[in-house]
Design a protein around this ligand. Structure first.
Ligand SMILES: [Zn+2]
Length: 386
Protein backbone atom coordinates (compact mmCIF):
# COMPACT_ATOMS: atom_id res chain seq x y z
CA UNK A 1 0.00 0.00 0.00
CA UNK A 2 1.02 3.58 -0.31
CA UNK A 3 -0.89 6.73 0.35
CA UNK A 4 -0.85 10.46 -0.03
CA UNK A 5 -0.87 12.82 2.90
CA UNK A 6 -4.44 13.91 3.82
CA UNK A 7 -6.27 16.13 1.33
CA UNK A 8 -4.94 19.72 1.38
CA UNK A 9 -8.21 21.49 1.97
CA UNK A 10 -8.91 20.00 5.38
CA UNK A 11 -8.79 22.62 8.09
CA UNK A 12 -5.22 22.50 9.38
CA UNK A 13 -4.76 21.14 12.87
CA UNK A 14 -3.41 23.60 15.44
CA UNK A 15 -0.81 20.99 16.47
CA UNK A 16 2.74 21.31 15.13
CA UNK A 17 3.46 19.57 11.81
CA UNK A 18 2.76 15.95 12.57
CA UNK A 19 5.15 13.11 11.86
CA UNK A 20 3.64 9.82 10.69
CA UNK A 21 0.29 8.78 12.12
CA UNK A 22 -0.56 9.87 15.65
CA UNK A 23 0.78 7.72 18.49
CA UNK A 24 3.40 6.08 16.35
CA UNK A 25 6.77 4.96 17.64
CA UNK A 26 9.79 5.78 15.51
CA UNK A 27 11.89 2.69 14.82
CA UNK A 28 14.66 4.35 12.85
CA UNK A 29 15.23 5.46 9.31
CA UNK A 30 16.39 3.87 6.07
CA UNK A 31 17.67 5.98 3.14
CA UNK A 32 16.60 9.02 5.17
CA UNK A 33 12.98 7.80 5.39
CA UNK A 34 11.71 7.55 9.00
CA UNK A 35 9.96 4.28 9.82
CA UNK A 36 7.16 4.33 12.42
CA UNK A 37 5.14 1.61 14.12
CA UNK A 38 1.54 2.55 14.92
CA UNK A 39 0.41 1.81 18.49
CA UNK A 40 -2.30 -0.61 17.31
CA UNK A 41 0.48 -2.82 15.98
CA UNK A 42 1.61 -3.52 19.56
CA UNK A 43 -1.95 -4.56 20.38
CA UNK A 44 -1.65 -7.18 17.65
CA UNK A 45 1.59 -8.49 19.20
CA UNK A 46 0.04 -8.44 22.68
CA UNK A 47 -3.02 -10.29 21.40
CA UNK A 48 -0.86 -13.02 19.85
CA UNK A 49 1.13 -13.37 23.08
CA UNK A 50 -1.92 -13.44 25.38
CA UNK A 51 -4.08 -15.72 23.25
CA UNK A 52 -1.12 -18.13 22.89
CA UNK A 53 -0.31 -18.21 26.59
CA UNK A 54 -3.98 -18.39 27.68
CA UNK A 55 -4.62 -21.37 25.42
CA UNK A 56 -1.76 -23.15 27.17
CA UNK A 57 0.86 -22.99 24.39
CA UNK A 58 4.45 -23.35 25.59
CA UNK A 59 6.23 -19.99 25.64
CA UNK A 60 8.72 -21.16 22.98
CA UNK A 61 5.80 -21.56 20.55
CA UNK A 62 4.45 -18.11 21.43
CA UNK A 63 7.89 -16.54 20.91
CA UNK A 64 8.06 -18.33 17.55
CA UNK A 65 4.68 -16.86 16.57
CA UNK A 66 5.74 -13.33 17.53
CA UNK A 67 9.02 -13.84 15.67
CA UNK A 68 7.03 -14.84 12.62
CA UNK A 69 4.82 -11.73 12.79
CA UNK A 70 7.92 -9.54 13.11
CA UNK A 71 9.50 -11.28 10.07
CA UNK A 72 6.26 -10.75 8.17
CA UNK A 73 6.26 -7.05 8.97
CA UNK A 74 9.93 -6.92 7.98
CA UNK A 75 8.76 -8.05 4.53
CA UNK A 76 6.10 -5.33 4.61
CA UNK A 77 8.73 -2.68 5.37
CA UNK A 78 10.83 -3.92 2.44
CA UNK A 79 7.70 -3.74 0.27
CA UNK A 80 7.14 -0.10 1.26
CA UNK A 81 10.81 0.69 0.70
CA UNK A 82 10.35 -0.73 -2.81
CA UNK A 83 7.72 1.94 -3.47
CA UNK A 84 9.80 4.66 -1.82
CA UNK A 85 12.98 3.90 -3.76
CA UNK A 86 11.14 3.61 -7.08
CA UNK A 87 9.50 6.98 -6.36
CA UNK A 88 12.90 8.48 -5.56
CA UNK A 89 14.06 7.50 -9.07
CA UNK A 90 11.45 9.94 -10.35
CA UNK A 91 12.42 12.62 -7.85
CA UNK A 92 9.52 12.01 -5.44
CA UNK A 93 10.45 11.84 -1.75
CA UNK A 94 8.68 9.79 0.92
CA UNK A 95 7.70 11.55 4.18
CA UNK A 96 7.58 8.36 6.25
CA UNK A 97 6.68 4.69 6.34
CA UNK A 98 4.22 3.57 9.04
CA UNK A 99 3.42 0.00 10.03
CA UNK A 100 -0.21 -0.72 10.94
CA UNK A 101 -1.66 -4.13 11.87
CA UNK A 102 -3.25 -4.29 8.41
CA UNK A 103 0.00 -3.52 6.61
CA UNK A 104 2.31 -0.66 5.85
CA UNK A 105 1.79 2.80 4.42
CA UNK A 106 4.50 4.75 2.60
CA UNK A 107 3.46 8.40 2.44
CA UNK A 108 4.85 9.75 -0.79
CA UNK A 109 5.05 13.55 -0.96
CA UNK A 110 3.11 13.30 -4.19
CA UNK A 111 2.01 10.69 -6.69
CA UNK A 112 4.24 10.77 -9.77
CA UNK A 113 2.32 12.61 -12.44
CA UNK A 114 3.12 10.51 -15.48
CA UNK A 115 1.04 7.32 -15.68
CA UNK A 116 4.09 5.26 -16.58
CA UNK A 117 5.95 6.45 -13.44
CA UNK A 118 3.00 5.71 -11.20
CA UNK A 119 2.75 2.27 -12.77
CA UNK A 120 6.40 1.53 -11.93
CA UNK A 121 6.15 2.94 -8.37
CA UNK A 122 2.96 0.95 -7.64
CA UNK A 123 4.45 -2.30 -8.91
CA UNK A 124 7.79 -1.82 -7.13
CA UNK A 125 6.28 -2.84 -3.76
CA UNK A 126 4.78 -6.19 -4.82
CA UNK A 127 7.93 -6.80 -6.92
CA UNK A 128 9.96 -6.82 -3.68
CA UNK A 129 7.72 -9.58 -2.28
CA UNK A 130 8.09 -11.55 -5.52
CA UNK A 131 11.85 -11.24 -5.06
CA UNK A 132 11.70 -12.36 -1.40
CA UNK A 133 9.45 -15.29 -2.35
CA UNK A 134 11.87 -16.28 -5.12
CA UNK A 135 14.81 -16.24 -2.70
CA UNK A 136 12.84 -18.28 -0.13
CA UNK A 137 11.93 -20.75 -2.90
CA UNK A 138 15.57 -21.08 -3.93
CA UNK A 139 16.59 -21.93 -0.37
CA UNK A 140 13.92 -24.61 -0.21
CA UNK A 141 10.67 -22.99 1.00
CA UNK A 142 7.49 -24.61 -0.39
CA UNK A 143 3.75 -24.32 0.13
CA UNK A 144 3.06 -27.63 1.80
CA UNK A 145 0.02 -26.77 3.87
CA UNK A 146 -3.68 -26.97 3.16
CA UNK A 147 -4.46 -23.42 1.97
CA UNK A 148 -8.09 -23.66 3.16
CA UNK A 149 -6.94 -24.38 6.74
CA UNK A 150 -7.67 -21.31 8.91
CA UNK A 151 -4.69 -21.90 11.17
CA UNK A 152 -2.29 -22.50 8.30
CA UNK A 153 -0.08 -19.61 9.36
CA UNK A 154 0.59 -21.38 12.64
CA UNK A 155 1.65 -24.61 10.96
CA UNK A 156 4.61 -25.66 8.88
CA UNK A 157 8.19 -24.43 8.86
CA UNK A 158 9.12 -20.80 9.41
CA UNK A 159 10.44 -20.27 5.87
CA UNK A 160 7.47 -22.09 4.30
CA UNK A 161 5.06 -19.79 6.09
CA UNK A 162 7.08 -16.71 5.17
CA UNK A 163 7.05 -17.88 1.54
CA UNK A 164 3.26 -18.26 1.63
CA UNK A 165 2.84 -14.85 3.25
CA UNK A 166 4.91 -13.09 0.59
CA UNK A 167 2.83 -14.68 -2.17
CA UNK A 168 -0.35 -13.56 -0.36
CA UNK A 169 1.06 -10.04 -0.05
CA UNK A 170 1.60 -9.90 -3.80
CA UNK A 171 -1.91 -11.17 -4.60
CA UNK A 172 -3.63 -9.01 -1.97
CA UNK A 173 -1.82 -5.82 -2.95
CA UNK A 174 -2.59 -6.30 -6.60
CA UNK A 175 -6.36 -6.26 -5.98
CA UNK A 176 -7.56 -3.38 -8.18
CA UNK A 177 -8.74 -1.15 -5.31
CA UNK A 178 -7.32 1.97 -3.61
CA UNK A 179 -5.40 2.13 -1.31
CA UNK A 180 -3.97 -1.17 -2.56
CA UNK A 181 -1.22 -1.00 -5.18
CA UNK A 182 -3.54 -2.67 -7.69
CA UNK A 183 -5.76 0.43 -7.55
CA UNK A 184 -2.82 2.61 -8.62
CA UNK A 185 -1.78 0.15 -11.32
CA UNK A 186 -5.35 0.23 -12.63
CA UNK A 187 -5.51 4.06 -12.49
CA UNK A 188 -2.16 4.45 -14.26
CA UNK A 189 -3.21 2.02 -17.01
CA UNK A 190 -6.50 3.90 -17.47
CA UNK A 191 -4.66 7.25 -17.43
CA UNK A 192 -2.57 6.13 -20.39
CA UNK A 193 -5.71 6.32 -22.53
CA UNK A 194 -7.81 8.99 -20.79
CA UNK A 195 -7.76 12.09 -18.61
CA UNK A 196 -6.16 11.56 -15.14
CA UNK A 197 -9.18 12.77 -13.16
CA UNK A 198 -11.54 10.50 -15.09
CA UNK A 199 -9.13 7.55 -14.65
CA UNK A 200 -9.07 8.17 -10.88
CA UNK A 201 -12.85 8.36 -10.74
CA UNK A 202 -13.29 5.04 -12.54
CA UNK A 203 -10.56 3.33 -10.47
CA UNK A 204 -12.14 4.66 -7.24
CA UNK A 205 -15.61 3.37 -8.21
CA UNK A 206 -14.21 -0.07 -9.07
CA UNK A 207 -12.47 -0.07 -5.67
CA UNK A 208 -15.74 0.72 -3.91
CA UNK A 209 -17.51 -2.10 -5.74
CA UNK A 210 -14.77 -4.40 -4.47
CA UNK A 211 -15.24 -3.06 -0.94
CA UNK A 212 -18.94 -4.02 -1.10
CA UNK A 213 -17.92 -7.46 -2.35
CA UNK A 214 -15.46 -7.78 0.57
CA UNK A 215 -18.24 -7.04 3.05
CA UNK A 216 -20.43 -9.82 1.61
CA UNK A 217 -17.58 -12.34 1.55
CA UNK A 218 -16.44 -11.16 4.99
CA UNK A 219 -19.89 -11.68 6.51
CA UNK A 220 -19.85 -15.29 5.34
CA UNK A 221 -16.25 -16.19 6.04
CA UNK A 222 -13.54 -13.95 7.48
CA UNK A 223 -14.68 -10.82 9.39
CA UNK A 224 -11.20 -9.35 8.82
CA UNK A 225 -12.32 -8.69 5.24
CA UNK A 226 -14.94 -6.24 6.53
CA UNK A 227 -12.15 -4.18 8.11
CA UNK A 228 -10.25 -4.29 4.81
CA UNK A 229 -13.44 -3.20 3.02
CA UNK A 230 -13.64 -0.15 5.28
CA UNK A 231 -10.06 0.83 4.43
CA UNK A 232 -10.68 0.30 0.73
CA UNK A 233 -13.82 2.43 0.87
CA UNK A 234 -12.06 5.28 2.68
CA UNK A 235 -9.00 4.89 0.44
CA UNK A 236 -11.08 5.23 -2.72
CA UNK A 237 -12.84 8.35 -1.40
CA UNK A 238 -9.57 9.95 -0.28
CA UNK A 239 -7.86 9.30 -3.56
CA UNK A 240 -10.72 10.77 -5.55
CA UNK A 241 -10.78 13.83 -3.27
CA UNK A 242 -7.02 14.46 -3.40
CA UNK A 243 -6.84 14.16 -7.16
CA UNK A 244 -10.00 16.20 -7.64
CA UNK A 245 -8.55 19.04 -5.57
CA UNK A 246 -5.19 18.99 -7.25
CA UNK A 247 -6.76 19.09 -10.69
CA UNK A 248 -9.29 21.74 -9.71
CA UNK A 249 -6.57 23.98 -8.23
CA UNK A 250 -4.30 23.73 -11.25
CA UNK A 251 -3.75 27.14 -12.82
CA UNK A 252 -5.73 28.91 -10.07
CA UNK A 253 -4.20 31.99 -8.37
CA UNK A 254 -4.58 32.98 -4.73
CA UNK A 255 -6.56 36.09 -5.78
CA UNK A 256 -9.27 33.89 -7.35
CA UNK A 257 -10.12 32.21 -4.06
CA UNK A 258 -9.23 34.84 -1.43
CA UNK A 259 -11.75 36.60 0.75
CA UNK A 260 -11.91 40.33 -0.07
CA UNK A 261 -15.04 41.31 1.79
CA UNK A 262 -14.08 41.13 5.45
CA UNK A 263 -14.17 43.11 8.64
CA UNK A 264 -10.87 44.34 10.07
CA UNK A 265 -10.48 44.87 13.81
CA UNK A 266 -8.31 47.35 15.65
CA UNK A 267 -5.97 46.10 18.45
CA UNK A 268 -7.95 48.31 20.87
CA UNK A 269 -11.33 46.73 20.05
CA UNK A 270 -12.78 44.52 22.76
CA UNK A 271 -13.29 40.79 22.37
CA UNK A 272 -16.99 41.44 23.07
CA UNK A 273 -17.14 43.60 19.93
CA UNK A 274 -15.36 40.86 17.92
CA UNK A 275 -17.83 38.27 19.26
CA UNK A 276 -20.77 40.38 18.04
CA UNK A 277 -19.28 40.53 14.54
CA UNK A 278 -18.60 36.79 14.62
CA UNK A 279 -22.26 36.11 15.45
CA UNK A 280 -23.60 38.61 12.93
CA UNK A 281 -21.76 37.32 9.86
CA UNK A 282 -19.96 34.30 8.42
CA UNK A 283 -16.41 35.60 8.95
CA UNK A 284 -14.44 33.52 11.45
CA UNK A 285 -10.95 35.00 11.31
CA UNK A 286 -10.36 38.74 11.57
CA UNK A 287 -7.31 40.66 10.36
CA UNK A 288 -6.16 43.13 12.98
CA UNK A 289 -4.76 46.46 11.79
CA UNK A 290 -3.55 49.52 13.70
CA UNK A 291 -4.25 52.64 11.55
CA UNK A 292 -3.74 50.62 8.36
CA UNK A 293 -0.72 48.65 9.60
CA UNK A 294 -1.40 44.96 9.81
CA UNK A 295 -0.59 43.58 13.28
CA UNK A 296 -2.04 40.06 13.23
CA UNK A 297 -5.15 37.91 12.97
CA UNK A 298 -7.77 37.15 15.59
CA UNK A 299 -8.92 33.62 14.82
CA UNK A 300 -12.20 32.21 16.11
CA UNK A 301 -10.27 29.83 18.36
CA UNK A 302 -8.18 32.70 19.77
CA UNK A 303 -11.34 34.78 20.28
CA UNK A 304 -13.08 31.98 22.21
CA UNK A 305 -9.99 31.28 24.30
CA UNK A 306 -9.63 35.02 25.00
CA UNK A 307 -13.28 35.35 26.04
CA UNK A 308 -12.90 32.38 28.38
CA UNK A 309 -9.80 33.78 30.05
CA UNK A 310 -10.23 37.54 29.84
CA UNK A 311 -13.96 38.16 29.36
CA UNK A 312 -15.74 40.59 26.99
CA UNK A 313 -13.60 43.60 27.88
CA UNK A 314 -10.26 42.00 26.93
CA UNK A 315 -8.35 43.70 24.09
CA UNK A 316 -8.16 42.15 20.61
CA UNK A 317 -4.48 43.17 20.48
CA UNK A 318 -3.70 40.90 23.44
CA UNK A 319 -5.23 37.82 21.84
CA UNK A 320 -4.35 38.15 18.18
CA UNK A 321 -1.92 35.79 16.48
CA UNK A 322 0.91 38.14 15.47
CA UNK A 323 2.95 36.22 12.91
CA UNK A 324 0.61 35.29 10.11
CA UNK A 325 2.45 34.24 6.96
CA UNK A 326 1.72 36.19 3.78
CA UNK A 327 1.21 35.03 0.23
CA UNK A 328 1.27 37.11 -2.93
CA UNK A 329 -2.08 37.51 -4.65
CA UNK A 330 -0.58 36.21 -7.89
CA UNK A 331 1.01 33.05 -6.45
CA UNK A 332 -0.51 29.66 -7.30
CA UNK A 333 -3.28 28.59 -4.93
CA UNK A 334 -1.77 25.10 -4.64
CA UNK A 335 1.37 26.49 -2.97
CA UNK A 336 -0.73 28.65 -0.61
CA UNK A 337 -2.65 25.53 0.42
CA UNK A 338 0.65 23.88 1.30
CA UNK A 339 1.72 26.87 3.44
CA UNK A 340 -1.67 26.89 5.18
CA UNK A 341 -1.38 23.19 5.99
CA UNK A 342 2.22 23.35 7.13
CA UNK A 343 1.98 26.31 9.49
CA UNK A 344 -1.14 24.98 11.17
CA UNK A 345 -2.92 28.36 11.08
CA UNK A 346 -6.47 28.75 9.79
CA UNK A 347 -5.65 31.66 7.48
CA UNK A 348 -3.03 33.51 5.47
CA UNK A 349 -2.73 37.22 4.65
CA UNK A 350 -2.77 37.98 0.95
CA UNK A 351 -0.59 40.91 -0.10
CA UNK A 352 -0.02 42.88 -3.26
CA UNK A 353 2.49 45.72 -3.46
CA UNK A 354 2.96 45.60 0.33
CA UNK A 355 -0.76 46.11 1.02
CA UNK A 356 -3.11 43.55 2.55
CA UNK A 357 -5.66 42.85 -0.18
CA UNK A 358 -7.33 39.71 1.12
CA UNK A 359 -7.48 36.82 3.50
CA UNK A 360 -7.18 33.19 2.52
CA UNK A 361 -8.76 30.63 4.82
CA UNK A 362 -9.30 26.87 4.62
CA UNK A 363 -13.05 27.61 4.31
CA UNK A 364 -12.45 29.91 1.30
CA UNK A 365 -10.56 27.19 -0.46
CA UNK A 366 -13.17 24.52 0.15
CA UNK A 367 -15.93 26.89 -0.93
CA UNK A 368 -13.94 27.74 -4.03
CA UNK A 369 -13.57 24.01 -4.73
CA UNK A 370 -17.30 23.39 -4.33
CA UNK A 371 -18.20 26.22 -6.69
CA UNK A 372 -15.63 25.11 -9.21
CA UNK A 373 -16.75 21.47 -9.17
CA UNK A 374 -20.39 22.56 -9.54
CA UNK A 375 -19.39 24.59 -12.61
CA UNK A 376 -17.40 21.68 -14.04
CA UNK A 377 -20.47 19.47 -13.59
CA UNK A 378 -22.63 22.06 -15.35
CA UNK A 379 -20.10 22.09 -18.22
CA UNK A 380 -20.25 18.32 -18.51
CA UNK A 381 -24.03 18.34 -18.58
CA UNK A 382 -24.14 20.95 -21.32
CA UNK A 383 -21.49 18.98 -23.28
CA UNK A 384 -23.69 15.89 -23.05
CA UNK A 385 -26.84 17.69 -24.14
CA UNK A 386 -24.99 19.45 -27.00
ZN1 LIG B 1 2.31 -1.45 -1.75
Amino acid sequence: MSSLAPPPVQRPQPAPAQQGFSFSLRLGSVFGIPIYVHWTFWILILWIALSGLLSGEPSSVVIGQIGFVLALFGCVVLHELGHALAALRYGVKTSDITLLPIGGVARLRKIPERPWEEFVVALAGPAVNVLIAAILYLIGARINVDVSDERLLLKGGFLDRLFLVNISLVLFNLLPAFPMDGGRVLRSLLAMTMDYGRATEIAARIGQLMAILFVFIGLQSNPFLILIALFVWIGANNEAAVVGERLALRGVRVRDAMMTDFVTLSPDDTLGHAAEILLAGSQQDFPVADRGDFTGVLTRAALLAGLASGGREARVGDHQIPDVPTVAADSPLVSAVTILRENGLPCLRVVEGGRTVGLLTAENISEYMMIRSALIQADRLSERSA
